[in-house]
Ligand binder design. Structure first.
Ligand code: DQA
Length: 143
């Protein structure tokens, strides 16, 4: 089982970015925790971050045939990107939407996810642990 974790804009700033919302754990720390848990679950992990919408689209396209599941924290593009939604839909790799914060308890513009209808499910509000919960969901996504 191969799982691709994709992280969108500003997530490279985790640790110092609005810690009262996103916590003090860096993305590198999260990657270490995900890899440790993945080893126990027997899963192989890809883990990437970009600030560019087109790069996320390209990675989603390239995942077909290479990864079994995508775990996607699209960050702000969650709320704006038809391109990401179309890529997920076109490629057909099961995708799990995640967020550190509970987007539904925040500003109204974060309540709408353009990608949610084409994802298998959504995990949000558990801080860095959202990534571990998503990993556990990913390994059982096809039964
Ligand atoms: C986020 C939530 C988004 O609304 C926001 O734009 C982010 C991070 C989260 O992980 O909580 O950048 O995806």
């Amino acid at each position: 089982m191969k799982i691709l974790f994709l992280n969108g804009p500003n997530l490279n700033l985790l640790g110092t970015r609005e810690p009262e919302i996103y916590g003090r754990t860096t993305l590198a720390d999260i990657e270490v925790k995900v890899r440790e848990r993945a080893t126990k679950l027997g899963a192989e992990i890809g883990f990437r971050q970009t600030n560019l919408e087109g790069e996320l689209v390209a990675w989603i396209q390239e995942s077909k045939g290479k990864f079994d599941v995508i775990v996607l924290n699209a960050a702000a593009y969650t709320h704006t990107s038809v391109a990401l939604r179309d890529a997920i839909s076109a490629v057909g790799v099961p995708t799990i939407e995640i967020h550190l914060s509970n987007v539904h308890a925040r500003e109204e513009f974060r309540h709408k996810s353009l990608i949610a209808p084409v994802c298998r499910g959504q995990i949000c509000g558990f801080g860095a642990n959202s990534y571990i919960l998503a990993l556990e969901a990913a390994v059982t996504v096809n039964g």
